[in-house]
Design a protein around this ligand. Sequence first.
Ligand code: ADP
Ligand code: MG
Length: 273
Amino acid sequence: MQSELSYTRVREGLEALRMTSALSVLDNVLETARIDELPPVDVLDRLLEIELHARHDRRVETNLKFAGLPYRKRLDDFDFDAQPSVDPDLIQRLSTLRFLEEGTNLLFLGPPGVGKTALAVGLALKAVEAGHRIFFITCHDLVGRFRRAIRMERQERLLTTLLRPKLLILDEIGYTPLERPEATFLFEVIAKRYDREKAIVVTSNKSWGAWGEILPDQVMTAAILDRLLHRSVTVNIQGESYRLREHRRAGLSPRNLDLGKEVHSQQPTDQPS
Ligand code: ADP
Ligand code: MG
């Protein structure tokens, strides 16, 4: 009788605490415990482990939805042989995510198609799986979101979106020149994250020296680079586009394909230093 009452109260308690996963396995765990004659502490241990696991998985799923990643390719799928200018040991060290705790920025520089975004995405997935919030946005989309935010007087909200995540990925800086209000906003994001020791991953087709071409003036360029580079690791990636290489391997000539952007981008005048 007493035990029946306790059982009902445990169910109600788990429900009130929203421990839905523990609740759903409660009967199973109790039955196993009875058969295996497990001590009470082991029963609690099992229930909590199941609940915590499920919560972690749900958080990862939510964070993945929020992340805005363009695709979900893992670092394990990165072909290091195809990209000798990327040091696998360095990527391995970065994948421990110590850089997140230190607030170290990562800068992947190089011509199109060499794997800058792929490496940023791979590290972002690691961070999400470790339970962190991340946010990925291209510079082009950032400009669009900023202009919309201005119209709707929601800059603060956009700023929060960019400041709150443990990791921010700014993809493809260098294609879109920034006007003064946009550049000022970008500076604010970079400076505030710097102050809070929160990491940013930047990918760019432009070397530092060329950032002046996309920002309104030298003072702004120096101020942004100062924050970005102070605690940072730069990975210069060279070589040909992985996509074009794959096409070539398949015996297709880029000239015969409608590869518009990629073919065009095969003529970078702006090699990273
Ligand atoms: P970018 O340097 O322009 O950001 P991406 O990272 O988007 O280039 O790479 C272009 C495509 O090629 C992506 O689908 C990416 O996953 C793939 N890719 C690039 N480099 C590699 C690599 N070394 N191994 C496996 N896939 C790669
Ligand atoms: Mg890219």
